[in-house]
Structure formats: C-alpha cells, structure tokens
Design a protein around this ligand. Structure first.
Ligand code: GAL
Length: 671
C-alpha cells in the first residue's frame, strides 16, 4: 500500500524539481508517473530525437529515491507527423477526419502510426529499460478515451475485411450468418463489405444506426481487437528491453461502456491493471457504490491487486469545475481503493498547470505550488500507509459472490437495447449494490471463467452465450453452484441474431422455465410480489411458465397478474433462479438477502446506510475497513473485539467515525 503522483516535470522550471521532490518525500509519496504526452519533446522532427531531457529527469528521481512509471507517449502524436502523414488520423462515424489540437486523434489501424510508435517505443525502451528509477511502464494513456476505439476510415475498412476473411473463410458464410438477405445486403466479396458508418437511417434512429446488428457487433469486436493489438505491440517491444511490469490506465465501467474495449482481453496483455478514478468533477458525481463496483471490476480483470493511476486530488474540470473535495474525502477515496484491492494509489496531478486545456483540473497543489489543506491530508494518508505496511502484507477482499460481465453482451445490448432505459452496466450495478450495502465483496467474471470457487454467481441479462459458456455455467450448477439468471438472457447467438428456441433460449433447461410472452415496460410499470416482498418493474416483464422450476414470485397487475416472475429450479446438485423482471432497489435488497440466507453467505452483522464495510485478508490477518461516506458521523456496531490499526486502540461494541472518516480494524477475537 503506497501513494504516488502524476507529475509533469517538463511543465516546470528545473529549479523547482528539488522542492517538489522534497515535498513528495515528506508526504511519503513513493512513485511518480511521467511522460505520457511528451512525444514532441522526444521527437521534435521526423528524424531528430532528443532524450537528454528525460535522462536528466530519470537521474533526478533515482537520486531522490522516488520510483517512476514511464509512459509511452502515443496518446499525442506531434504536429509535424499529422501534417506530413494525415493518414494517421481517425475518421468519425460520419467519415470526417479528426483534427490536430487535442489528443487521441490517431487511428489504431494506421500502418504509419504503428511504425512511428514502434520506432519511438523501441528507442525509449532501449534507453531506459534498465534505468534504476524505472519501476513500471504505462502504455499510451486511457486507450479508447473519448469514443476513439471505433474509427470509421478506409484503413480500418481494409483491415476489417481481412479480419472477416479470417473469421468466415467465404463470403457465403458471412452472408448466411449476417442474414444479409434482409434489406438486399448480400455481398459478392469481402472487398464489398462496409464498415458501419452512420447510414441513411442514422438521423432517425442513431442509437442503433439501423445497420445490420451482426455487422455492428463484429465491427465492435474488431475495433476492440485493434486497440489491443496496438497495446500488445508496444508491450512486446518494452519487454524486449526491460524486465519491469507493463500496465495501461483503464477507465471506469460507466465511461467504458462507450470506450468499447474488452478489458478482460486487454488485461491479458498487461502485467498489472490500473485505472483512473474521478469522483466529483465537471462531468458528474459518482456514488460510493459505483466507485466500489469499479474497483471490483479492476480487481477482477487480472484477478490480482491493481493500481489507481489517476486518483482525483482537487476540484476538477476543463471549462468548469466540480466541487472541492470536502476535508476527509481524499483520504476516504484512497482507503476505498485500498480496501477493494488496490495496492498503489497515484494522485492526478501533483500541481495544477497554469497553461493548456487543463488549467482548472486541480492537483494536490494549486497553481501556486504551496502546501495546502489537500497536501496535508495526503501526507496523513502517506504516513498511515507506512504504518499499515508494518502490520499487513498485500490485502485482498475474498469474494464468494461473482457477477458475470460479458463484453459481447454489453455491445449487443448497446446495439439493440430492448427498452429506452435499459443499460447493461447500470443493470449489473443494481445487482452489485445490495452486496455492497451488506459488506460482501463481489468479483466480476467472464462467462467462460472457472467459477467453481464462488458460492453464488449472478449472470444478469447475459444476452449472448456460446455453447462453451453455456456448458461452463451448467457445469458450475451441476457441481452444486447457485446461479441467478434474468430476463434477456441466452436469447441471442454469437452472431448477434435472435435464437429460435423459446425464451430463455440457451438457458431454458437450466432454469427449468419457458417464457410464454414478455411485456417491455414502455411508459408503464408493473407490480409483483414474492420472496422479495412487493416490487415494481419499470423495464421488463417476462411471463414465466415453470416447467421443472417452482414459483417464488408472481405479478400482481395487468393481464398476467398471478403468473410467475421469479422461479427456482434444482439442476444437478445446484440451484438456478430465474428473475423475469427488474426490481426496484428495496425489493432487490430483499431478494439478495434472501439468496444470502439460503446459500450460506453471511453479511456484515450491522450494515449501515452510507458506511462501506470491506473485509480483506493478507493470508495472516483479516482487516475490516469501515468507511463513512456520509456527511455526518456514524456509530458502527461491532460483533467482535478489534484492534484499530491506525490508533492501536482496542475497539469493542462500537466504532465511531467522523464524516468521511475511516477505520482499519484488525480481527482479534469474538465476544
Ligand atoms: C484523464 C487523463 C489525464 C487528464 C485527466 C483530466 O482522463 O488521463 O491525462 O487529462 O483526465 O482531464
């Protein structure tokens, strides 16, 4: 557990570096991330490279015992390159090229851009691969940020056609699987295949574009693969010259729905994963449960500890700002990351920049560079981490519950989203939230992962499922596992076409039900009642007919009043629940509690609204992190005697937390 900062030494006079390093050392800041946007300094002209500036920076940090995450600067191609080689630009969905001036405007399939990136990454890795200050590498910056995964240029089209040829072999096979007989779309060769730019119907139905759904899904897969191939190329070059681990900074799930990279697959190319965590900023305010869910995702992509590579440290925005983090929040957000499995938290940024786009994006220090309230708070975190490191090894929450996340399903849901307000990621969050409130950690898994160690697996709206994935879930249940499926599961095939079996398609036998009909909740809602108490559905109602299953809930309204909405089925040694409708928050809480009780999962004894409780283990100790996200004090009852790792006090009966305060408690003994 340690902290770091994102630092831009090239933005400041050299004479200032020493002061910065001293202030960092005083705050126990151990690591800096540098260089992710510095291409024009490395290569001011096509055939001119400069490294002396970076030599000086790295030697400086070596001398000050601060380690460095060194980045590849491919997020910002320099001006001379865009002028001379305009083929490096992306085209947007209307086919218009992007322009120079911000960042991330390059195409992941531009051979020119690949060549320039390879050349520079090779030189950087060769020169610094074994530099004593360098402890890790970051590839690019936020791959796919700002809708840049999917490019619609002719270079991408040519590459896509190759990708399709490899996948389908013959054009007849592609025609068959795409159903191009619909609307006269039959192709005579791969060279004819289009990329799904905004088509003639875009203005009326731009959420789906009106393009062929099989083509769209393939294009999304291809685009994700293109980004991953780009990252892999840089990672492989680095590994030729350096034995230090490679990462890239990912984005949170809400943004990532638009980013369109399969993070499970991208993570295979990285040695560890990291992400950027902004909570209260120009573009919104994240709920504590949402942030916890994002940490859980990051913990899950590689099933190992992760970093926060950019953690908010001041008021943030470009043209306008979000609020100043209230005293205590920077510390609280850091503990939230650590409790949920982060081992390093790097604050963005060290000091607010007086020039450029991000003048309002504050760091720890304001523009004046003087220690302030936020600096003091982070220095407190730094010294507490030192203290905790003397007690704990690497702490990790031990989740017994998993939620299945499928990027194929996510993209398919985004192509045809069933009803106006359905959003896959927020639907998954609806299932995560009750466990968050009960203090039970949840991992995310793919449908093909080995899930045998989990007591409960939820696969909400698992729309697309392959034969192998279906067998994987069946194997899990047959062996004694407990699985929850919901409406809109198992009903599409790998080509993003609707299955012809009765709903829930691939899962009918497993769930022991057939869905007689369904009622999308368009400008209406429907009541139900069952083991979850009373509920309202605002998205969807499957009218479920139990075949081998039994009913646990029924509708109480509309023409299907009295029909089943929730069932349970015995399958092999295990149990399958089928939830045919969405539930409001309270009913969802009650249903998840019901599942916990039935399947041996013990929530924290005293869940309290707004207080996050996470249990983490290091192999020797169990720590209970208690985090008060409320703007008022919290008195949290305890069910055993603990030692407070931050104060060494014994805590029994209760622990009292100030607003946004945190306690880290070590299990001692039961009462
Ligand atoms: C992140 C990005 C940083 C910085 C920050 C503030 O998304 O990685 O480079 O731009 O946002 O806008």
């Amino acid at each position: 557990m340690r902290i770091g900062v994102d630092y831009y030494p090239e933005h400041w006079e050299k004479e200032r570096w020493k002061t910065d390093a001293e202030l960092m050392a005083k705050a126990n800041i151990k690591v800096v991330r540098i260089g992710e946007f510095a291409w024009s300094l490395y290569q001011p002209e096509e055939n001119r490279f400069c490294f002396e500036w970076m030599d000086e920076i790295l030697d400086f940090f070596r001398d000050h015992q601060i380690s460095v995450v060194l980045c590849t600067p491919s997020a910002t191609p320099p001006k001379w390159m865009t002028d001379k080689y305009p083929d490096i630009f992306q085209d947007d969905i209307h086919g218009n090229p992007k322009i120079f001036g911000t960042r991330k405007h390059y195409c992941f399939n531009s051979k020119t851009y690949h060549a320039f990136t390879r050349e520079l990454v090779t030189k950087i890795a060769e020169r610094y691969g074994r530099h004593p200050a360098v402890e890790a590498w970051q590839i690019d910056n936020e791959l796919g940020w700002a809708n840049t995964t999917r490019c619609y240029c002719e270079k991408c089209r040519a590459e896509f056609q190759q990708w399709l040829k490899k996948k389908y072999g013959t054009i007849e096979e592609l025609n068959r699987r795409y159903g191009t007989v619909f609307w006269s779309q039959i192709y005579n060769s791969f060279e004819e295949v289009i990329i799904p730019r905004a088509g003639a119907c875009y203005d009326t139905c731009h959420d789906t574009q009106g393009q062929n759904p099989a083509l769209l899904l393939d294009y999304y897969r291809f685009s994700s693969d293109s980004v991953i191939r780009f990252a892999k190329e840089s990672a492989e070059i680095i590994r030729r010259y350096s034995d230090r681990p490679v990462t890239s900074n990912l984005l949170d799930a809400a943004v990532n729905s638009g980013t369109g990279i399969d993070y499970f697959k991208l993570s295979e190319q990285l040695d560890f994963v990291s992400w950027d965590n902004y909570i209260e900023f120009q573009w919104g305010i994240a709920q504590a449960a949402t942030v916890s869910r994002d940490h859980a995702l990051l913990r899950s992509y590689k099933k190992q500890p992760f970093w926060v590579m950019e953690q908010q440290s001041g008021p943030c925005g470009w043209s306008k700002m979000g609020p100043a983090p209230t005293p205590g929040k920077l510390r609280l957000w850091t503990y939230q990351a650590v409790a949920n499995g982060a081992d390093t938290v790097v604050y963005f940024r060290w000091r607010a920049c007086p020039f450029g786009t991000e003048q309002y994006w504050h760091g720890i220090l304001d523009h004046d560079g003087k220690p302030n309230r936020r600096y003091e708070e982070i220095a407190q975190v730094g010294s507490e981490m030192e203290r905790l490191n003397r007690v704990f090894g690497t702490l990790k929450p031990q989740a017994k519950i998993a939620i299945v996340k499928s990027f194929d399903s996510e993209w398919s849901h985004s192509i045809h989203k069933h009803v106006e307000n359905f959003q896959y990621d927020s639907f998954l969050l609806d299932f995560y939230r009750p466990f968050y409130q009960m203090g039970l950690s949840v991992d995310f898994v793919t449908p093909h992962d080995d899930i045998s160690s989990y007591a409960l697996v939820l696969a909400p709206a698992l729309l697309i499922v392959t034969e192998e994935e279906k067998e994987n879930l069946e194997r899990y249940v047959r062996g004694g596992g407990t699985l929850l499926l919901t409406f809109r599961s198992g009903i599409r095939d790998e080509d993003n076409n609707m299955r012809k079996e009765t709903v829930p398609g691939a899962f009918s036998e497993l769930a022991g039900v057939r869905v007689k009909e369904y009622d999308p909740q368009f400008q209406k809602e429907t009541g139900s009642s069952g083991v979850f108490g009373k509920a309202q559905s605002k998205l969807w109602c499957d009218v479920v007919e139990p075949v081998s299953a039994e009913t646990l809930g029924v509708y109480t309204q509309d023409y299907y009043s009295g029909e089943s909405c929730l069932t349970v089925n015995a399958f092999g040694k295990g149990t399958v629940y089928y939830l045919g409708c969405d539930l409001d928050g309270d009913a969802m809480n009650r249903l998840m509690k019901y599942l916990c009780t039935r399947h041996g999962l013990s929530p924290v004894t005293y869940p309290i609204e707004g207080v996050e409780q996470v249990e983490a283990q290091d192999g020797e100790h169990t720590a209970l992190f208690v985090m008060n996200h409320n703007p008022y004090p919290a008195v949290v009852p305890l069910d055993r005697i603990y030692e407070n790792a931050l104060t060494n006090d014994e805590e029994k009966d209760t622990v009292t937390l100030k607003p946004y305060d945190v306690a880290v408690l070590i299990w001692k003994k039961s009462f």
